[in-house]
Design a protein around this ligand. Structure first.
Ligand SMILES: Nc1ncnc2c1ncn2[C@@H]1O[C@H](COP(=O)(O)OP(=O)(O)OP(=O)(O)O)[C@@H](O)[C@H]1O
Length: 338
């Protein structure tokens, strides 16, 4: 099973440009989490801090008892072995075919024989739906296939934590849905802790167990998906509906007067630019039939039911509504009122 990642009071600046501060959250072991936020709010910076590519100014990142912010180079090197990362563009070597690209970490970091490497690479390529494409060069395949290849490469060392930077960037909505399904299927197969950075609303609504959002140099929220999907916090609500109405502006922030003028414009019947008005908790993606049971589901239900009394009423309602008869029995909750 994947490992828990505890982030405590993390802050990051470049020179005197504060990116974010007070970021405190826990990525629960083996669950899928998404970090949302408008462009430029520091999602990729957060991801790079998690893997130790960037150093936060203060705070802690605890993995298996090691604080990545203060640990030795050796501990950082060892802890990094737990990670698999899919960067935005797949970060493939253009001159190597897919097989060699995916084999690269195995050849660099292990002493495995070529026949073992072949078995692992073909297995991972099959897992991401790329069987038969071993000899293709990155320049000969679509963006979606490059992402799959990047994902296969992220998987070859059997990571316990998988970080995925904007899996939807450059993909059409249909290919984005396929990659969303692939991420859930992977989680069912490998049970790793997965953190996805994205601003794709559909992916955020349907894939993760937990959602967080960065805005105005802070973590606005992080919690079970039901909390953000039912949130009345203006920035969260605006973002999840892709609307112009709310505190998020063209260059991140808006003043009160602009907000009031836009609100009045919308109230007068003018369209707010959103094509999405989805309310409440939409169903989460399930693994494709034939895939193993996703262990995170049971663990997450147990975890969320332990803290349900601390969550807002709308989120509680969404969680209870998603329970089946067996769950209700398990958690001692009565039948729904008809
Ligand atoms: N190495 C760096 N040095 C200086 N500034 C940086 C560095 N990396 C990122 N930044 C700045 O940090 C801010 C956040 O960037 P980041 O790429 O993390 O945003 P993001 O939320 O991932 O955006 P997007 O959704 O558009 O990818 C930006 O202002 C960026 O210019």
């Amino acid at each position: 099973m994947g490992v828990e990642v505890v982030v405590d009071d993390l802050a990051k600046s470049f020179g005197n440009q504060r990116i974010w501060q007070d970021v405190t959250l826990t990525l629960p072991a083996g669950e899928v989490s998404v970090m949302l936020g408008p462009s430029g709010t520091g999602k990729s910076v957060f991801l790079k801090c998690l893997i130790g590519l960037l150093k936060p100014n203060s705070g802690k990142i605890l993995i298996n008892g090691v604080d990545l912010v203060r640990c030795s180079e050796h501990q950082l090197y060892e802890t990094r072995k737990l990670f698999g990362v899919l960067f935005q563009d797949g970060a493939l070597f253009g001159s190597m075919n897919l097989f060699d690209n995916i084999a690269f970490p195995l050849r660099e970091h292990t002493k495995k024989s070529e026949s073992e490497i072949r078995n692992i690479v073909l297995g991972k390529m099959d897992m991401v739906g790329l069987a038969g494409a071993e000899r293709k060069l990155p320049g000969e395949i679509s963006g979606g296939m490059r992402k799959r290849a990047g994902l296969a490469r992220a998987l070859v060392l059997d990571p316990q934590i998988i970080l995925v930077d904007e899996p939807d960037s450059g993909l059409d909505p249909v290919r984005t849905s396929y990659i969303s399904q692939l991420l859930i299927d992977l989680n069912a197969q490998v049970d790793a802790t997965i953190m996805i950075v994205s601003h794709n609303i559909n992916l955020a609504r349907t894939v993760p167990d937990n959602i967080g959002m960065l805005f105005r140099r802070e973590l606005v929220m992080f919690g079970p998906r039901e909390v953000l999907l039912t949130s009345e916090v203006p920035a969260v609500k605006q973002f999840l509906n892709g609307s112009r109405i709310g505190p998020i502006g063209m260059s991140e922030e808006k003043d009160e007067a602009t907000m009031a003028a836009e609100q009045a414009h919308a109230a007068a019947g003018h369209h707010d630019g959103s094509t999405e008005d989805v309310r409440g908790v939409v169903p989460q993606l399930q693994p494709t039939p034939g895939m193993p049971y996703r262990e995170a589901v049971r663990r997450r239900k147990d975890r969320v039911m332990r803290i349900i009394h601390t969550l807002p009423p709308a989120a509680q309602h969404g969680i209870v509504a998603s329970l089946d008869a067996d769950d209700r029995l398990r958690y001692g909750i009565g039948a729904p009122v008809r």
